[in-house]
Design a protein around this ligand. Structure first.
Ligand SMILES: CCCCCCCCCCCC(=O)SCCNC(=O)CCNC(=O)[C@H](O)C(C)(C)COP(=O)(O)OP(=O)(O)OC[C@H]1O[C@@H](n2cnc3c(N)ncnc32)[C@H](O)[C@@H]1OP(=O)(O)O
Length: 168
């Protein structure tokens, strides 16, 4: 397990969107999750997501796939902020332990579990309505470190689109 990158933000730092049109955290996406995040202690990322009517699967309840988006985002943020290297989700596994009603806020804590070559393992817990609330979701993910060319070759990325602190 490597230490956090020397430029990783300090605990308490509020994190803005890494991309304004990101469905998970962007502030320009109608119906997006608008996940708010900050750096926690011990190299964790704390993220909050409030479920709205735009996020339903069954009446009054959040869609499971949408909740997985929140975890993908929080885990990606954990990897990106702590390692300061671009990475993409290779695998994401989610346990849904409790229903998440519209109007509730998920408090997610993401942490790095290990790095092996380009593979980065991370996990997160999501609690209902309070950082110490009942555990509603648990996720584990494998991210793969990529060169910045991943985003220019396969996407339409321009260096101005991505977080300025990540060194490609
Ligand atoms: C401050 C900023 C904040 C930034 C905050 C950012 C938040 C963003 C949150 C959203 C993140 C996303 O949704 S990202 C979007 C969703 N994900 C994607 O689109 C990824 C699509 N997949 C790919 O492009 C590719 O498959 C890659 C890059 C993942 C891997 O391809 P590759 O580069 O050719 O590498 P490859 O050799 O295949 O794999 C490298 C190693 O990883 C392993 N590996 C690869 N995929 C898997 C897998 N699914 N399950 C298990 N293991 C895998 C391989 O076995 C290998 O292990 P070994 O042989 O070395 O042992």
């Amino acid at each position: 397990m490597p230490p956090p990158h020397p430029d990783a933000p300090e605990p308490g730092t509020r994190l803005g969107p890494h991309y304004h049109q990101c469905f998970g955290c962007g502030d320009e996406v109608e119906g997006g999750l608008r996940l708010h995040a900050e750096v926690g202690k011990d190299s964790t990322i704390l993220a909050e997501f409030t479920v709205t009517e735009a996020h339903q699967g069954a009446p009054g309840l959040a869609h499971g796939g949408l909740l997985a988006v929140a975890f993908d985002e929080a885990l990606g943020n954990t990897v990106g902020q702590m390692l300061r290297e671009p990475a993409v989700t290779g695998r994401l596994e989610t346990d849904f332990l409790r229903p998440v009603p519209v109007g509730s806020t998920l408090h997610i804590v993401g942490k790095l579990d290990g790095v092996a070559g380009r593979k980065v393992y991370a996990s997160a817990d999501g609690r209902l309505n309070d950082p110490d609330g009942p555990l509603a979701l648990r996720a584990r993910a494998l991210f793969v470190l990529v060169d910045f060319s991943h985003f220019t070759t396969h996407g339409t990325a321009d260096p101005r689109d991505v977080h300025p602190d990540i060194n490609p």
